[in-house]
Design a protein around this ligand. Structure first.
Ligand SMILES: NC(=O)c1ccc[n+]([C@@H]2O[C@H](COP(=O)([O-])OP(=O)(O)OC[C@H]3O[C@@H](n4cnc5c(N)ncnc54)[C@H](OP(=O)(O)O)[C@@H]3O)[C@@H](O)[C@H]2O)c1
Length: 203
């Protein structure tokens, strides 16, 4: 299979790109020709990474540097306002900014901070990015520790005799179908048949 690794003039937002995985991601996209947004809370680290991006960019594109705390709704909005006003285009969103610790014995306060940073903000960013991504037929890449929660707790609490498992249901006819779809019974039956047709065993 051939991969297209030419991102020339694509606009790529990498949240939490002031260090770690996000930093490497922003640098890679820059190397591949993209116009990158480098983001984080630390102004100096954001600037350091932006410089590295410019150095590897084939056209020496200087990234847009955005400083904001994604745990704060207004700051996420400001970030997206800045991105949209600057580029009027968005091709790739990498939701990467995040805290560790969601799988540990977090207090509820820590859990709220974790959820706001690692989950709520991603959804908010997706909502704000949607109109531009629809135009560009763009891509969202989520890097989240949430799928690690089950594994993390299983590892941490397993030795205490507590089993932690995940259930990932497919489509199941429960009242949620009635409540969430807003469809009549007849319409739901048609939809259900169509859904069943798409499953390997047809039910
Ligand atoms: N490393 C791992 O083993 C691992 C495993 C699974 C998932 N992950 C996930 O991968 C992502 C990146 O992790 P990493 O290992 O590269 O860690 P990292 O080096 O600590 O980078 C985290 C990035 O997120 C930013 N960030 C954190 N909280 C933020 C906030 N409230 N607002 C804005 N930016 C924020 C940081 O920017 P500032 O410090 O400048 O604010 C930094 O750029 C995280 O979501 C993490 O949960 C990591």
């Amino acid at each position: 299979m051939a991969f297209n690794l030419d991102f020339t003039d694509k606009v790529v937002l990498v949240t939490g790109s002031s260090s770690g995985i996000g930093e490497s991601t922003a640098i890679l996209f820059s190397r591949l020709g993209a116009k990158v947004i480098v983001h984080g809370r630390s102004r100096s680290r954001v600037s350091d990474v932006a410089l590295k991006c410019t150095q590897v960019s084939p056209k020496q594109y200087k990234p847009l540097e955005v400083i904001s705390d994604v745990a704060n709704e207004e700051e996420v909005d400001r970030m997206m306002d800045e991105v949209i006003a600057h580029f009027h285009q968005l091709d790739v969103v990498v939701n990467n900014a995040g805290l560790g610790g969601g799988e540990s014995n977090a207090s509820l306060k820590e859990w709220d901070a974790f959820m706001n940073t690692n989950l709520r903000s991603c959804y908010q960013i997706c909502l704000r990015a949607y109109p531009l991504l629809e135009k560009s037929k763009g891509v969202i890449i989520n890097n989240s520790r949430l799928d690690m929660l089950t594994r993390g707790l299983a590892v941490l609490w397993g030795p205490k005799g507590i089993r932690v498992n995940a259930v990932n249901p497919g489509q199941i006819q429960t009242p949620i179908w009635e409540n969430a779809t807003g469809l009549s019974k007849e319409e739901r039956d048609v939809l259900w048949k169509a859904v069943c047709k798409k499953t390997p065993v047809g039910r």
